[in-house]
Design a protein around this ligand. Structure first.
Ligand SMILES: Cc1ncc(COP(=O)(O)O)c(C=O)c1O
Length: 331
């Protein structure tokens, strides 16, 4: 099948804009632009809306009534899944990594507004318990006669990854319409890896000269490059992309996680201030701040040559600014 033949329910308020980052470009000695996927709109926006276009088409086709997923306390994915569930008349169940909070802020607040059923798993037990707990919610729904759908963390499935193949197709159209050559590099934050997998397939199909670099914002038991190569290969098979990917084909920088996933880093926070004050762009402390910190550093280290045309995918996440007010509320 071709990309256009895979069922997709439009959710993105797009095409999302591509904007120059003029002060960054001048300071870094590259031509930096940003794809505003923080403005995909639906459910508060962010990269997951693109994956959900494909995943919700699958869920709706199965007449799903209960939509189950997981993530951290400030999971943008979980928040957008809750919104998508409501949009299609489903009941959202979020099994989140973290103890029951005393305060519901940021994405947790939005999860509650969407009326999601929330379960919290102790962080130390999470990796053992998450699969059986999500399955238990699915089994309970099935016993009630309701079809359930378990969406893995980050919507990181080969089908979900197609959202970022679609994004590169959208970009190729935008650049062509503006008479611009494709960028030499695309950079993005990496969590579950679905976005990077989709970008890898997308550039193969639409911008074969463009290199994709991911900045990891968490650790990974299986190295990112291996997991993402497998996901890209499986996603590519869905649309007859005509090639497979190995770990050597995938570029992920892993030095910019900071203290831990979900814990702000000094370098990431510095980029939150810089992007806000230099460009009027809101990054976030969990994903895009760290992603930008990585991009700035690899440019400084010469891994991306001076003068290159670089596109940063702004994947969203601004709801997570608010729970971190204590570290960000300064001059
Ligand atoms: C704001 C933001 N940026 C980046 C990512 C990472 O995307 P992926 O999980 O596809 O690697 C996520 C997903 O968790 C996100 O919410």
């Amino acid at each position: 099948m071709k990309l256009d033949q895979i069922p997709r329910l439009p959710l993105v308020f797009g095409p999302t804009p591509v904007e120059p980052m003029r002060r960054y470009s001048e300071a870094l000695g590259v031509n930096l632009s940003v794809k505003r996927d923080d403005f995909t709109g639906f459910g508060g926006g962010g990269n997951k809306v693109r994956k959900l276009e494909f995943l919700m088409a699958d869920a709706v086709a199965q007449n799903v009534k209960v939509l189950i997923t997981t993530g951290g306390h400030q999971s943008n994915h979980a928040r957008m899944v809750a919104a998508a569930a409501r949009h299609f008349g489903m009941h959202p169940v979020l099994v989140l990594r973290g103890n029951r909070p005393t305060e519901y802020q940021g994405n947790l607040l939005l999860d509650r507004l969407f009326g999601a059923e929330l379960e919290f798993l102790d962080p130390d037990a999470y990796f053992d318990e998450i699969a059986p707990r999500m399955q238990a919610h699915a089994d309970a729904a099935t016993a009630r006669g309701e079809a359930a759908y378990i969406m893995p963390v980050g919507g990181a499935t080969p089908l979900g990854a197609l959202g970022y193949v679609q994004a590169v197709k959208e970009l190729a159209g935008q650049y062509a319409a503006a008479g611009r050559k494709p960028p030499q590099y695309i950079a993005t934050a990496v969590g579950s890896g679905g976005t990077l997998a989709g970008l890898a397939i997308g550039v193969h199909l639409f911008w074969p000269e463009t290199r994709v670099v991911g900045i990891a914002v968490s650790g990974s038991a299986v190295p990112f490059v291996e997991r993402i190569a497998v996901m890209a290969t499986a996603g590519g098979e869905l649309i007859d992309a005509g090639r497979g990917w190995t770990a050597d084909d995938i570029w992920v920088e892993t030095d910019y996680v900071g203290p831990a996933y979900g814990v702000p880093s000094d370098a990431g926070n510095a980029q939150i201030f810089r992007a806000a004050r230099d460009e009027g762009v809101l990054l976030d402390p969990v994903y895009t701040g760290k992603g930008m910190a990585g991009l700035v550093d690899i440019i400084a280290k010469g891994k991306i040559a001076p003068g290159s045309d670089v596109l940063f995918i702004h994947t969203g996440g601004s709801p997570a600014l608010y729970p971190f007010a204590a570290v960000l509320n300064r001059d």
